[in-house]
Design a protein around this ligand. Structure first.
Ligand code: FES
Length: 111
């Protein structure tokens, strides 16, 4: 079963900014890059470090622990497929933001 996570307007990042949203199974990071919104897990797939303080260069997010860089469009490092940070599709309905979650996360959403 899949689900969704509503993002309250006051939790959305300002243009060029970042924010985070807690749910029962973890944290989702939100990035606004030139007016585009991206949602990824706050967990580096390499060693589990938080990505919240990672350096953002355009659409590349660098993990503060060991420096891997993840493309926010794909979730993957340059030249790699099948390894990357978990991304969440975003849907807008009636000017409200929703993240589309897989079943693992959806079961833990706290509302
Ligand atoms: S924990 Fe992120 S690159 Fe190692």
């Amino acid at each position: 079963m899949s689900g969704e996570l509503h993002i309250p307007t006051d939790r959305l990042p300002a243009r060029g900014g970042r924010s985070l949203v807690h749910h029962k199974n973890g944290i989702v990071l939100l990035f606004d890059v030139e007016g585009c919104l991206y949602a990824v897990d706050d967990r580096c797939p390499h060693g589990g470090a938080s990505l919240f303080t990672g350096r953002l260069d355009g659409r590349w997010l660098q993990c503060p622990a060991h420096g891997l860089k993840f493309n926010l469009d794909t979730g993957c490092p340059a030249g790699l497929k099948g390894f990357g940070v978990r991304r969440y599709p975003i849907e807008w309905r009636a000017n409200e933001c929703y993240l589309l979650l897989d079943e693992t996360i959806a079961e833990g959403v706290s509302a």
